[in-house]
Design a protein around this ligand. Structure first.
Ligand code: MN
Ligand code: MN
Length: 473
């Protein structure tokens, strides 16, 4: 319908109502092409970085290529410096010192680079009835049944007492063996089928099958030693990685899906992969920083660990690392850290729920993020009547809306499901608690926390554009 044919009521409706439009409607064919191209860079990252350590390694290399230098607390900082702080190989903070007055505040984008998975226990290896297993302790919010009968890879490090770090990455390359959790056959699942979904699989039952043959002595005979299969696997581990069983105590070994990122759907607009939450926000925050050029405001990109388990510890968002860094900026650039924080602005960049037509009953559609409609802007997360969340003040939300609108970013509102359906939270509150204006933004995800999550290439690209606009304003 042309403008001429519209009634006054229809024109008023267009003017006054908030409506979501998809990026397919709002972006030009060229821009759609750019989004697909951008996604290829992300694909490389998500395949290379299946845990926080690998993300730190990958992002450090990206930043070095862009001229960033490694920084340690206490080093000198001057205007224009491009730096990154590797926090114990588990989290990373990139800094671009601005040219303006530091007391005017900094721009922070904080995301996380850990994802739900199965961690090996400190003493994991055992055998039962001729099969060897690794015992696991799941990390973060998983739906346990989703992790059975899929190929799992093993990623992480073993730190030996002599200081050597052994990198482990097994199961992703073609021809690599994988690990697996078995499940019952339907023929014998009568009792299991009666159990509620959250009880059919137990945490202690998530054991990874990792071998099934005994050790053979040099004369070709099966060993007389006990635990023949465990011994065989321990010898294989010793030959491949030079480790002994006690070394598992100082290891961080994670079972993650062996599947790499693939396009989903014949039109190739969705990407299916493990760990979009939250590396799908971490990656665009880094590319936006690199593309942002010289800015008046100092930019800080935080890639935190431990978000999935409450953000505790030295590499989590609750550690004092960000505050310490702001203190360093203050002392180096002639400011006051209290003043810097009260004038700073932060996007807490974490994935949001994408409305799923298969499960409409858990979301309230008017307030849910929709697929392809851009980055979600979430005033609050939390649960049980907005509990345990940063409920962003309207003033700052309006400011962010304007930044996105002025830059032509495709964005939308998003809420974490229906009231009292469940809920969740992220790092926003830990930053806001430090007197920094903070709002949640993020890419909508289907099947969040599953071994295979889906995101839209369009929403991913809008995240990059949104972050770029935020760093430059
Ligand atoms: Mn997250
Ligand atoms: Mn999560």
């Amino acid at each position: 319908m042309s403008e001429k044919e519209k009634t006054e009521g229809q024109i008023k409706k267009d003017e006054l109502f908030y409506s979501k439009k998809s990026a397919f409607e709002l972006r030009s064919p060229e821009e759609l092409g750019e989004a697909k191209e951008y996604a290829e860079g992300y694909r490389k990252f998500i395949d290379a970085a299946k845990n926080e350590r690998e993300a730190v390694v990958y992002v450090s290399a990206l930043l070095r290529d862009a001229g960033y230098k490694e920084y340690r607390l206490g080093d000198k900082i001057k205007p224009g410096d491009r730096l990154y702080l590797n926090n114990r190989n588990k989290s990373l903070i990139a800094i671009k010192a601005g040219t303006g007055k530091i007391d005017d505040g900094v721009r922070i984008i904080a995301s996380h680079i850990d994802s739900p998975r199965l961690d090996l226990k400190p003493n994991p290896l055992y055998e039962s009835d001729g099969i060897a297993y690794f015992k696991t302790h799941y990390y973060g919010g998983i739906r346990k049944y989703q992790w059975a009968t899929i190929p799992l890879a093993l990623h992480g490090i073993v730190r030996k007492t002599d200081g050597e770090t052994v990198d482990v990455r097994l199961g992703d390359e073609p021809g690599d063996p994988v690990l697996c959790i078995t499940d019952l056959l339907p023929h014998l699942a009568k009792d299991q089928n009666q159990k509620p979904l959250n009880q059919a699989f137990t945490g202690e039952g998530l054991n990874l099958l990792c071998g099934s043959s005994p050790y053979f002595e040099s004369d070709g005979k099966i060993t007389e030693a006990d635990d023949k299969v465990k011994l065989n696997i321990m010898i294989a581990l010793n030959e491949k990685y030079g480790i002994k069983e006690a070394d598992f105590l100082s290891a961080e070994l994670f079972a993650v899906p062996a599947q790499n990122c693939v396009d989903v759907g014949l039109d190739r607009w969705l990407m299916g992969a493990y760990g979009h939450d939250d590396r799908v926000c971490a990656y665009p925050s880094v590319t936006a920083l690199i593309d942002s050029g010289d800015t008046e405001k100092t930019s800080i990109i935080v890639l935190a660990d431990k978000e999935e388990v409450g953000s505790d510890g030295v590499a989590g968002m609750q550690s004092s690392m960000l505050l310490d860094l702001i203190s360093e900026l203050a002392s180096n650039l002639g400011g006051n850290s209290n003043v810097i924080r009260v004038n700073s602005k932060c996007l807490s960049a974490d994935v949001t729920v994408c409305f799923d037509p298969m499960y409409p009953e858990v979301s309230e559609k008017k307030n849910s993020a929709l697929l392809h409609c851009g980055i979600g802007l979430t005033k609050y997360t939390g649960a049980g009547g907005k509990g345990a969340t940063n409920d962003c003040p309207a003033e700052f939300l309006a400011e962010v809306r304007k930044v996105f609108d002025d830059a032509g970013v495709v964005w939308q509102t998003g809420e974490l499901g229906k009231v009292d359906q469940g809920g969740g939270g992220t790092v926003a509150k830990f930053i806001a608690n430090r007197n920094i204006d903070t709002v949640d933004v993020g890419v909508p995800v289907l099947s969040m926390h599953a071994p295979f999550e889906l995101i839209s290439k369009l929403d991913l690209y809008e995240a990059h554009r949104a972050f770029l606009a935020f760093l430059k304003y």
